[in-house]
Ligand binder design. Structure first.
Ligand code: DC
Length: 213
C-alpha cells in the first residue's frame, strides 16, 4: 500500500508522515532529503548549480540511501547536514532539473517496491505514485507555517526573525509552485487537509482513520 503526502514547506508533512507511518506499521520516505543530499554533494564538489552536465554526471555516480529517518550520502550519515540553511536555499536548482528528477523518481519507486510506505514530498501523488492507494495534500496559511518553522529553528539555537522565515517560506512556495519540472500541485484524487488550526495528532489521526477505513 502506498500513501502519499504532498504540500508546501512547513505544512507539517514530515512530522505527520513519520507518525502516521509509525501508527500504521509502514515505512517512511522523506523524498526532499534525496534532493537535499544531492545538493550537498554538488556544493561540496564546488560544481556550479547551473552546470547541468557536470551535475548529472556527478549524481549518476553518487550513492544516496534512505534508512528510516537517516540519510546516507556515499555511506556517510548526512541527516543533520542536509538541514543546513545553505542547502535549503540552494536545493531548488536540483529540484528543477528534469534529469535529476527522473533519477530520483526511479530511486523512490525502487524504495517502495514490495513495501507499505508513507511517502512525502511535492510530486508523490501527482507524478511518482499516481496510482497510490491514498493521497493527501497538507496545507496551512503561510503565517502559520512560518511560525512553526521559526519555533523549530529557535529550538535548534538558530538566530533568525519570524519576518525572515515568512519571507523564505513565501519564496519557497513561489519556487515550488511555479517551476518548470513537476511543480507542486494538489494531486488528482488527493484529500486536502488544512492544518492551520489542527494539532499534529489531529492530522495524523485523520490520515490513519481514512486509510484504515
Ligand atoms: O521538503 P523539503 O524542504 O526537505 O524539500 C527540499 C526541496 O526539494 C524543496 O525545494 C522541494 C524539493 N522537493 C521536490 O521538488 N520534490 C519532492 N518530492 C520533494 C522535495
Amino acid at each position: 500500500m502506498i500513501i502519499t503526502i504532498d504540500g508546501p514547506a512547513g505544512a507539517g508533512k514530515s512530522t505527520v508522515a513519520k507518525s502516521a507511518a509509525g501508527k500504521l506499521g509502514f515505512e517512511y520516505l522523506d523524498t526532499g532529503a534525496i534532493y537535499r543530499a544531492a545538493t550537498l554533494k554538488v556544493l561540496s564538489k564546488g560544481i556550479g548549480l547551473d552546470d547541468k552536465p557536470a551535475i548529472a554526471k556527478l549524481i549518476s555516480k553518487t550513492k544516496i540511501r534512505i534508512a528510516g529517518a537517516r540519510v546516507f550520502l556515499d555511506n556517510a550519515d548526512v541527516t543533520d547536514k542536509i538541514r543546513d540553511p545553505q542547502i535549503t536555499s540552494h536545493v531548488f536548482h536540483l529540484a528543477n532539473f528534469e534529469r535529476i528528477r527522473k533519477t530520483v523518481n526511479v530511486k523512490e519507486r525502487e524504495f517502495a517496491r514490495g513495501k507499505n510506505i508513507v511517502t512525502e514530498g511535492r510530486d508523490q501523488g501527482s507524478v511518482v505514485f499516481k496510482n497510490a492507494d491514498f493521497k493527501f495534500y497538507l496545507d496551512a496559511s503561510p503565517e502559520e507555517r512560518a511560525k512553526r518553522r521559526y519555533a523549530e529553528l529557535v529550538a535548534k539555537g538558530g538566530k533568525t526573525t519570524l519576518k525572515k522565515v515568512l519571507r523564505d517560506i513565501m519564496q519557497r512556495d513561489q519556487r515550488d509552485m511555479s517551476r518548470d519540472c513537476s511543480p507542486l500541485v494538489i494531486p488528482e484524487g488527493a484529500i486536502v487537509i488544512d492544518t492551520t488550526d489542527l494539532s499534529i495528532l489531529q492530522v495524523v489521526n485523520r490520515i490513519v482513520r481514512n486509510c484504515r477505513a
